[in-house]
Design a protein around this ligand. Structure first.
Ligand code: SF4
Ligand code: MG
Length: 282
């Protein structure tokens, strides 16, 4: 195993970007999995398009750089083809909550056994600062110089009502806590969703807001769905309100890939079946 798992690729994230925190939290979580005996080569990262997506270049693990909004179908396909793999997605708020929203909802509904980490900086950073589904009302950016007139939606509430069995929120301001949430997500059998309030140092620097309003969930039972829904509604990604951080909800339920009819195939037979499908299309 690489000692650091960080590649030699030139890093082009801006100084102060919250992606660095997510990268190190994820790196540590992966290293812990490997120490527990999960072979590094069985861990696969899928990214979309956006600043977050450079994670595929910067982490030295098997990865797939997909297209905008399509991290989740690629990850689901990988998991379906080889259920032995640990599959995770790094995706952005534009990627997951706009272009790829339907995929997110259906992966939660199916309980696909993947971990989804949303780098939610509440702005399109790579394209220099347009509003996204989680930008606050009145957000001034490249596409809304007079301020957006749309209120944001609440991804935690959406995931809870879509059937996600693991729903958590972290922030790039708290690396150890984020590492712990990612570790729990990777160990959860089923769909794990982690919304990471990520600071975009250049186009939406929310450090002070998350430091002032963020607090760690305590005295909260993650098995209690209604309590999780109430906690998720406490802050609507818009107004000034306390921002709960931690695990909101966890529930084990049947995993999509294990119920899929091809589950009894050996890897060799699965390979033959895939080849037959490809041959039929030629
Ligand atoms: Fe990070 Fe924002 Fe710079 Fe992108 S634009 S690298 S999200 S600080
Ligand atoms: Mg973004």
């Amino acid at each position: 195993m690489s000692r650091t798992l960080i590649t030699d690729a030139q890093n082009t994230w801006c100084p102060g970007c919250g992606n660095f925190t997510i990268q190190f939290a994820l790196r540590n979580a992966i290293q812990n999995l490997v120490k527990e005996g999960v072979p590094l080569e069985t861990i696969v990262l899928v990214t979309g398009i956006g600043c977050h997506a450079k994670m595929a270049d910067y982490l030295n693990i098997n990865s797939f750089y997909s297209i905008h909004g399509r991290t989740i179908p690629v990850a689901t396909g990988i998991k379906l083809a080889n259920p032995e793999l640990t599959v995770l997605c790094c995706t952005g708020d534009g990627d997951a909550y706009a272009e790829g929203l339907d995929h997110l909802v259906f992966a939660a509904k199916r309980n696909s056994h993947i971990t989804v980490i949303v780098h939610n900086n509440r702005v399109y950073g790579l394209t220099t600062g347009q509003y996204t589904p989680t930008s606050p009302l009145g957000f001034r950016g490249r596409s809304t110089p007079g301020g957006t007139i749309e209120a944001p939606f609440n991804p935690l509430s959406l995931m809870l009502t879509s059937g996600a069995g693991f729903v958590a929120r972290g922030t790039s301001r708290k690396m150890r806590e984020l590492e712990d949430l990612i570790s729990q997500g990777l160990r959860h059998r089923g769909f794990a969703f982690i919304d990471v309030l990520q600071v975009c140092a250049t186009y939406f620097n929310t450090s002070e807001v998350y430091d002032r309003q963020g607090y760690a969930l305590s005295d909260h039972d993650p098995a209690d769905f209604e309590a999780a829904c109430r906690k998720a509604q406490e802050w609507d990604y818009n107004r000034d309100a306390p921002i709960a951080l931690g695990l909101f909800f966890r529930q084990e339920k049947p995993v999509f890939e294990e119920q899929f009819p091809r589950r009894s195939m050996t890897p060799v037979d699965r390979g033959k079946a895939i080849q037959a499908i490809l041959d039929a299309k030629r």
